[in-house]
Design a protein. Structure first.
Length: 296
C-alpha cells in the first residue's frame, strides 16, 4: 500500500524541480524526502526520475504516476475541506414509551427526516420503568413517557394529557353508544394489553361492578390489540390516541383516568443541548398537534 505522504513528496519534486525545494515545501529534511522517493520507487519497482546535477526529470513511469497522484491528492483535499465545512451532527438518544401511538412517532420521524440537518435521532423503545432506568444511567438523553410527580429527580414538561377509553369493533352491538357502562360489557370477551400502565385500575373498575370477562388474548402489542378488536374478537381499554379502521373509541362510564405525556430528561441535559434541540422542538410540535386532534 502506498502512503499518502509518499505521493506528496513525489508531487513536490515535480512542482519544484529539485529535491531540496521539495523537502522545504513538505517541511522535511532533504534526506528524509530522498528516502521517501526511494521507498516509493521500490514499492512500484520503477524509477520515477532521471536525476541530473541541476534538475530532475520524470521517467515514463513517473509521468504515468503523476496523472494518478494528482487526482488522488485532489480527492483527498476535497474530502478534507468537506469534513471541515460540514458541522458535526449531534445525536439525540430519545427513549419512547412502548404505549405511545405509533402514528405519533411516525409523524415525528417524517418531520425529523425532512427538517433536521445538524442533529440525528436514535429511538429507544421501552416500558416506563426501563426508560427511567436508562435515563438515570445516562444511556438516553430524554424520554417521551408518562410524567409523574414522583419523578422529581428529572426535569419534565407535559406536552399532552390523554384519557383512556374503550376500543370496540364498528360492528359491535353497542357501536352507536358514545358512553358505555362497564355492566353493559358483562358478557363481552376482553383483550388484555399487558403493558398498560393502568391495567390494575382497569381491572378493579370492571370487577367492582361484577364484570369478570373471559380473556381471549393477552398481548404487549397495541397494534395487535387493535387488529383483534377490529376483527371482532373482543374489546379492550386503551389510550385515546390509538385509532384504526373498523375500531370505535366510546367512553367508559365512570373511568376518568388520564395520563400526562411529556418529556423527561436529566438536568445536565438542558445545559448540554443549548440552543434547543431541533428534534425535540419537532417532537413538541407533533405532540401539541396530537393534543389538538384529541381535544377536537
Amino acid at each position: 500500500m502506498i502512503d499518502r505522504y509518499l505521493l506528496r513528496y513525489f508531487l513536490a519534486v515535480i512542482d519544484h524541480g529539485n529535491f531540496s525545494k521539495a523537502a522545504a515545501q513538505c517541511n522535511v529534511s532533504q534526506p528524509t524526502l530522498s528516502v521517501g522517493i526511494a521507498k516509493l520507487e521500490r514499492l512500484l519497482d520503477r524509477s520515477l526520475f532521471h536525476r541530473t546535477n541541476r534538475r530532475v526529470e520524470l521517467t515514463e513511469a513517473g509521468a504515468h504516476l503523476a496523472v494518478h497522484a494528482r487526482r488522488i491528492e485532489s480527492d483527498f483535499n476535497l474530502f478534507e475541506r468537506s469534513m471541515l465545512e460540514a458541522p458535526a451532527r449531534r445525536t439525540l438518544r430519545l427513549g419512547v414509551l412502548a404505549t405511545i401511538p405509533a402514528s405519533w412517532i411516525a409523524t415525528f420521524a417524517r418531520a425529523v427526516s425532512k427538517d433536521t440537518r445538524d442533529e440525528r435521532i436514535e429511538l429507544v423503545e421501552g416500558r416506563e420503568r426501563d426508560l427511567l432506568e436508562r435515563l438515570g444511567r445516562g444511556r438516553i438523553d430524554a424520554a417521551l413517557t408518562i410524567v409523574r410527580e414522583e419523578n422529581g429527580r428529572f426535569e419534565s414538561e407535559v406536552l399532552l394529557r390523554e384519557g383512556y377509553s374503550l376500543a370496540l369493533s364498528s360492528e359491535h352491538p353497542l357501536a352507536a353508544v358514545p358512553v358505555i357502562a362497564a355492566e353493559s360489557l358483562a358478557d363481552n370477551v376482553m383483550i388484555v394489553r399487558r403493558q398498560c400502565e393502568v391495567l390494575g385500575e382497569t381491572s378493579r373498575h370492571f370487577t367492582s361492578r361484577g364484570v369478570r370477562p373471559f380473556f381471549a388474548a393477552r398481548t404487549t402489542s397495541d397494534e395487535r390489540a387493535l387488529a383483534l378488536v377490529a376483527a371482532g374478537m373482543g374489546v379492550t381499554v386503551m389510550p385515546d390516541g390509538f385509532t384504526a379502521h373498523g375500531v370505535l373509541r366510546p367512553r367508559l362510564a365512570g373511568f376518568d383516568l388520564k395520563r400526562d405525556i411529556g418529556l423527561i430528561h436529566a438536568r445536565h441535559f438542558t445545559e448540554q443541548h443549548e440552543p434547543k434541540s431541533p428534534c425535540l422542538e419537532i417532537l413538541r410540535t407533533t405532540l401539541k398537534l396530537a393534543n389538538l386532534v384529541s381535544c377536537g
